[in-house]
Write a protein that binds this ligand. Structure first.
Ligand code: NAP
Ligand code: FE
Length: 366
């Protein structure tokens, strides 16, 4: 048996009206909270109001940063940190998709370390964050159960993960926040969760515990497959996708992500392709490339999909095509990916630049 090191300290509570029922847990983190959220969705789905009601009930004062963009930048994180440092926040609540929750994690590190700069997010792993509580309103990134925060670095022209490990203290899950997710975002984010499950299951860092979680997540996704195809996103389907996503977070917290994520970052950075779609378009060619044919068959079996062509058709129908990327573009993205040692080492066999280029080529029909 391989060495196992499983660690996932986030407490997960999933319930109807989870915030109001558990408002008391906020008070153990102090009297000043900073809420970090996106531009509008948390107002529409009621999550922001639920959190502010809970804080008021507990006599906790709060500041709100509600301007996190998709694929958040380091500049945004600095603005959040400035607000938190001024407020002297004791803890931070990230509400929304991966973008606000990741921003909350990174800003939490800067708030806890007043002299730290954005550069320290990538060179000083010892820095700790103030406590983070995550209230996810998409079912995709699983950031509520991962230690990662992925930020857009406009100087390096890519997205990358901060070097501190920031597991949220709590992940508070309520399916009601997902009911307002538009079809497209529901699909793209669910495919992000699927990518996490697949990359995690095939990772060189997978272990018996992460495998058990990945298999359960893939099975849950498989149970939703027909409803996803029909775009029939009932409460029950959204609940399964939410659990698949949170479980997928627990998987990649151990295994990391690998080639589809690393390759997808350039599609997002240079072509504005949503994160889940960017990974999803690469999945079929990634599975074709994988040498672990036994695991690839198991993935398809759990998803109730016959073969890789059927998976490719499903993904194409759900995600649509990408047609603004040229052959010259993918040559340069293959160069970038070939230098991404962190992602490459999560794939169990050697990967050359030509393998990466072929995966891009096959995926984008170039
Ligand atoms: P997102 O970028 O957080 O949000 C995408 C869009 O969805 C935004 O327009 C947002 O609107 C909207 N939205 C969110 N919740 C909604 C709801 N309930 N109803 C209606 N609209 C809603 O999307 P995401 O896919 O969840 O996060 C992607 C980010 O997470 C990427 O930066 C990715 O790299 C990162 N990621 C992180 C991890 C990790 O482990 N940390 C893993 C994978 C990916 P508003 O702006 O109005 O809120
Ligand atoms: Fe992802």
């Amino acid at each position: 048996m391989n060495f196992i090191n499983y660690y996932m300290p986030t407490k997960i509570i999933s319930d109807k009206e989870v915030i109001l029922k558990n408002s008391n847990l906020f008070s153990s983190y102090g009297k000043k909270a900073l809420i970090v959220t996106g531009k509008t969705s948390s107002i529409i789905n009621g999550s922001l109001k639920d959190v502010t009601n809970a804080l008021e009930k507990e006599g906790i004062v709060y500041a709100v940063f509600n301007n996190v963009e998709e694929n958040p930048s380091l500049e945004t994180v600095e603005k959040i940190a400035e607000l938190g440092r001024t407020q002297n926040s004791n803890f931070i609540i990230g509400i929304g998709g991966g973008s606000p929750i990741d921003s909350a994690k990174a800003a939490g590190v800067l708030i806890n370390n007043p002299n730290a700069t954005r550069f320290n997010l990538f060179d000083n792993p010892a820095l700790k964050s103030i406590p983070v509580i995550a209230v996810p309103t998409t079912a995709g990134t699983g950031t509520e159960t991962t230690p990662y925060a992925i930020l857009t670095d406009n100087e390096l022209k890519t997205k990358h993960c901060i070097c501190q490990k920031v597991f949220p203290e709590y992940a508070l899950l309520d399916v009601k926040y997902l009911m307002s997710l538009p079809e497209k975002i529901t699909i793209n984010t669910s495919i992000d969760a699927l990518s996490h499950l697949i990359e995690g299951y095939l990772s060189s860092k997978s272990n018996i515990i992460s495998d058990a979680l990945a298999e359960k997540g893939l099975k849950l996704f498989g149970e939703c497959l027909n409803m996803i195809k029909e775009k029939d996103f009932t409460y029950v389907v959204r609940e399964k996708l939410m659990f698949a996503s949170t479980i997928a977070g627990m998987v990649i917290a151990q295994s990391g992500t690998s080639l589809p994520h690393g390759m997808g970052y350039s599609l997002t950075y240079f072509h504005n392709i949503p994160h889940g779609k960017a990974n999803g378009v690469l999945l079929k060619s990634y599975l074709q490339f994988s040498e672990n044919k036994h695991r690839v068959r198991k993935i398809l079996y759990l998803l109730t999909i016959e073969n890789l062509d059927e998976l490719g058709d499903f993904l194409k129908n759900m995600l649509g095509k990408i047609d603004n990327v040229s052959y010259k573009d993918i040559c340069s993205y293959a160069e970038i990916m070939a230098l991404n040692k962190d992602k490459l080492k999560n794939h169990p066999t050697p990967v050359g630049k030509e393998n990466i280029l072929k995966m891009y080529k096959d995926s984008l029909n170039l």
